[in-house]
Design a binder for this molecule. Structure first.
Ligand SMILES: Nc1nc2c(ncn2[C@@H]2O[C@H](COP(=O)(O)OP(=O)(O)O)[C@@H](O)[C@H]2O)c(=O)[nH]1
Ligand SMILES: [Mg+2]
Length: 346
């Protein structure tokens, strides 16, 4: 796990100290001028100009410090075994390297890239992704730089990118139902649960086949998956001391994976698959009793909630073999949404 580098932190501190010193010097010169000359009758103008200068210096300092100290954005990806969590993170980190999104740049760590390429090479050899080992927490990390919109007083200046550490934690998922604070299991698995409770965002994952009954059913029934996710949400709120009148400030993305299975049986070259999946999944979240129950609980406890439909592999056609090449659909949308709402990415 990475921290803000000391170099960058001290650069931020040095810049803010320099800006504050310049402000203090300017203020003393102003006061000196005022009392040593006949200008003292214009004191209201001096006070107004000094006020404007001080607020501009404050805003600039805050922005500079924000730019030079990278935050760590931790995303916990949670869902039952087999819903496609590991495949989703793999596909996301592969796709983010070439995302045509001008607002952010992305560079995965070499360890993460090694894991992603191992998984993709396995698919090419005809092997499905390996089951995530129980009790392990796999971290996928990258540096990202975001173009944030300029703040009020700084609109005249071009926006500058801010650097963040992005980290996704993927676990096997067997332990969701054991997420009881204070229980022996909870204490034994602190790394996973404290990751979930401390994370900056939650990605809750359900698979499209379980949600619709279409395609192979390899995961627990939908109502069970939904109950487990509601349990996780309530537990995270409890662990963070979020009372019923407060809202969890971490964005919560509810993601339906394997939506390519929903594109069956009519592959259509004229259709935009991404939009089609979004249309189908938003209807599902309205019409399906379990999914709308999950949505209602999430909305009552969290400030930012949105649902997404993704396919980590892309259309497979009639084959049930791993594809030679993945063509993911909508996989970057939850992250882009989360960065926009929480980090005000442009
Ligand atoms: N059709 C389709 N199948 C998928 C997709 N993602 C995962 N799968 C299937 O679901 C299985 C389990 O995925 P995995 O990522 O290991 O699930 P996890 O246990 O949640 O990490 C994979 O071996 C694939 O067979 C997808 O986008 N489309
Ligand atoms: Mg897994």
């Amino acid at each position: 796990m990475s921290r803000p580098s000391p170099q960058q932190t001290s650069r931020g501190a040095a810049i803010s100290a320099a800006v504050v010193a310049a402000g203090a010097l300017g203020a003393s010169v102003g006061v000196g001028l005022l009392f040593s000359s006949s200008l003292h009758k214009y004191w209201p103008i001096f006070v107004a100009v000094a006020g404007a200068l001080i607020s501009a210096v404050g805003a600039a300092t805050a922005r500079l410090v924000k730019i030079t100290i990278p935050h760590r954005i931790r995303v916990a990806i949670i869902g039952s075994p087999g819903v496609g969590k590991t495949m989703y993170v793999t596909s996301l980190f592969d796709r983010l390297q070439t995302v045509p999104e001008p607002s952010f740049r992305f560079s995965p760590s070499s360890e993460t890239l090694g894991r992603v390429f191992d998984a993709l090479n396995g698919l090419r050899r005809g092997e499905w992704i390996q089951r995530t080992a129980r009790d392990y927490l796999y971290l996928y990390s990258a540096k990202i730089s975001l173009m944030a919109p300029p703040q009020a007083l700084l609109r005249l200046f071009p926006g500058r990118p801010a650097e963040y550490e992005l980290e996704f934690a993927d676990a096997a998922g067997e332990q969701i139902g054991e997420m009881v604070p204070g229980s022996v299991q909870w204490q034994a698995k602190t790394s996973y649960f404290s990751y979930a409770t401390d994370s900056e965002a939650l990605f809750l994952v359900i698979d499209f086949p379980a949600a619709t009954g279409i395609g192979p059913q390899i995961t627990p029934p939908l109502s069970e998956q939904v109950n487990d996710l509601i349990f996780v949400l309530q537990t995270v709120c409890e662990a963070r001391d979020i009372g019923p009148s407060q809202l969890l400030e971490s964005p919560v993305a509810i993601i339906l994976t394997k939506c390519d299975i929903g594109l069956f049986p009519d592959p259509d070259p004229d259709r935009n698959d991404g939009e089609f999946i979004n249309h189908v999944t938003s209807q599902l979240f309205n019409d399906n009793e379990d999914l709308s129950r999950l949505m209602a609980v999430a909305r009552s406890r969290c400030r930012w909630v949105a649902s997404f439909g993704v396919s980590s592999l892309g259309p497979l056609g009639a084959s049930d073999k791993p594809p030679q090449r993945i063509s993911p659909i909508n996989v970057t949308q939850p992250l882009e949404w989360m960065l926009r709402v929480r980090y005000r990415m442009r």
